[in-house]
Ligand binder design. Structure first.
Ligand code: ATP
Ligand code: MG
Length: 491
């Protein structure tokens, strides 16, 4: 310290640079260690360095057990408090038998003791020290490992986000959906297959590079309302720790706006377009439908008519075309930004243009269907903590005959008051199923009668199949199937 002060005071300023250079060389000659520093702020604009951030996460995870002085920080974007080593603290760790020292340091830029200017920020950095003998192992393997692990830890600890767009801007809230595959009611083997597919995808970076395909995968979820399509998406995001981008196509003006939105999405995310058949005018069938719209309008009740008009208006506002959307899914831009899953949901898979859902674009088509007995058993376990009951046999028989959505089953299994027990929930479900069965029988009978009348009138014996079910139910039945029909009006 004394020598340094003498050096500062008596050595001519012009020669100090040279002197410093030679002393450093001398020190390096005898000092067998190499030091690498990682600064928090880098570049001219002093951007926060990704490497520093990754090392911070790595050290928080690996060294908090050995460091003696720690500091607690609320790191931006992290869901919990992060413990890191305190300034000027040093820790040691071993990598393949090599000793490595990490220290956390800071520089406080000098400023006059009295100043009108705001306080200058401290510059933090980590220093990595190791013996020069291990230069290759450290620079070629260890640092890579630290950065990779640090990034993975950051992803694990991050606060996940649910984004939605208004025109070209994404805004977000914290994503906190409790859905998971364990509570999702569907056939067990199918569920396992989907889970494995997702996990394989998320670990498939090398594979996708090898086959020369962008690292992304498309899922089409289709099925009646209330069968768990949205729940499945939330479960997917929770399984993989991904963010969700819920893309509202009707607010996107044209294809170039759509591209802008795509570019802004980040890696490790699921981009979803719900009810794709309703989002924009994409299908040939829809155009054909329009021709008949005048006739239809006469038949529809005023509320439905108004809804249809609103839908048409919102579609008119969007000039996103089928080719624009195809480009969004697998155009050249779709490869930027890393691993991503794209999910479409629809209630009417037949209405979609085949080009939109062909394999390669939508790699996996998943049908979410009515509640089977296996799915019911899972719901009973979740909702009522019940593995078996004398009513299960009856329910199994009824489920085989009647189509009921998991959403409606779940509704029956939820106790409506504190006094309501397991038995009454199950009885409620039996009641609902029997009512649906009766209604189905009546619907069939009516269709047959109408068929006979029409046959007599037109000389044609064919009957219009089962659509009577949703159209003509009693008010009691409305309660049962109300949820489903309300959603059906999306059409
Ligand atoms: N397969 C399922 N497993 C567990 N719960 C389910 C399942 N399907 C539906 N539910 C329950 O029903 C509710 C509605 O389901 P969800 O919103 O996922 O249906 P959906 O298929 O997306 O319907 P829509 O086509 O109307 O969007 C969920 O909150 C969930 O509690
Ligand atoms: Mg949904």
């Amino acid at each position: 310290m004394f020598i340094y002060a003498m050096f500062q005071q008596y050595f001519p300023y012009e020669l100090r640079g040279h002197a410093h250079k030679y002393t450093q060389k001398l020190v390096t000659y005898f000092y067998p260690y190499i030091q690498i520093t990682f600064h928090e702020l880098t570049g001219e604009k002093l951007k926060r360095s990704d490497a520093y951030f990754a090392i911070q996460n790595y050290l928080a995870d690996h060294t908090t057990a050995t460091a003696k002085r720690l500091k607690a920080d609320v790191v931006k974007g992290s869901k919990s408090l992060v413990l890191t080593m305190d300034d000027h603290e040093q820790v040691m760790e071993e990598f393949q038998g090599i000793k490595i020292w990490w220290s956390s340091n800071k520089n406080t830029p000098k400023r006059p003791s009295f100043s009108f200017y705001p306080k200058t920020e401290e510059r933090r950095y980590y220093t990595l020290t190791f013996h020069k003998r291990y230069r290759d192992a450290i620079t070629k393997s260890y640092i890579d490992k630290v950065l990779k692990d640090g990034k993975a830890i950051a992803v694990r600890n991050r606060e996940r986000k649910l984004y939605t767009n208004n025109s070209t801007k994404w805004s977000h809230v914290q994503f906190e959906h409790p859905a998971n595959f364990e509570t999702l009611a569907m056939a067990e083997n199918e569920k396992e297959a989907i889970k494995n597919d997702l996990i394989k995808f998320s670990k498939g970076k090398e594979y996708y590079t090898k086959i020369g395909k962008p690292w992304k995968r498309g899922y089409l979820l289709y099925g009646p309302p209330g069968t768990g399509k949205s729940t499945m998406i939330a479960a997917m995001a929770n399984l993989l720790d991904y963010d969700i981008y819920d893309l509202e196509l009707t607010t996107v003006k044209d294809n170039s706006e759509l591209r802008k939105l795509l570019i802004e999405t980040t890696s490790k995310s699921i981009i979803i377009i719900e009810d794709i058949d309703c989002s924009i005018d994409l299908t040939g069938q829809r155009r054909k439908e329009k021709k008949n719209s005048e006739e239809d309008d006469k038949k529809k009740d005023p509320v439905e008519k108004k809804k249809d008009e609103e839908e048409k208006k919102s579609k008119k506002g969007s000039k996103v075309t089928l080719s624009g959307l195809l480009n969004f899914i697998d155009g050249i831009w779709s490869a930027c930004g890393g691993e991503r899953i794209i999910v479409f949901t629809t209630n009417f898979v037949d209405k979609l243009d085949p080009a939109l859902i062909r394999r390669g674009r939508m790699d996996r088509h998943i049908e979410m269907s009515y509640c089977c007995f296996e799915a019911f058993k899972l719901l009973a376990r979740n909702y009522l903590d019940l593995d078996d009951h004398e009513l299960f046999g009856r329910i199994e028989g009824l489920l085989g005959e009647k189509e009921i959505t998991p959403a409606d089953v779940a509704e029956c299994l939820m106790p409506k008051s504190e006094r309501e027990g397991v038995e009454s929930c199950l009885r409620e479900l039996v009641k609902v199923l029997e009512k649906l069965k009766k209604k189905k029988k009546q619907g069939k009978k009516k269709a047959e009668e109408e068929g006979e009348v029409n046959g007599e009138e037109n000389g044609d014996g064919e009957s219009g199949e089962s659509s009577s079910e949703s159209g003509e139910s009693s008010s009691e039945d409305d309660e049962v199937a109300g949820k489903g029909r309300k959603r059906n009006s999306k059409r």
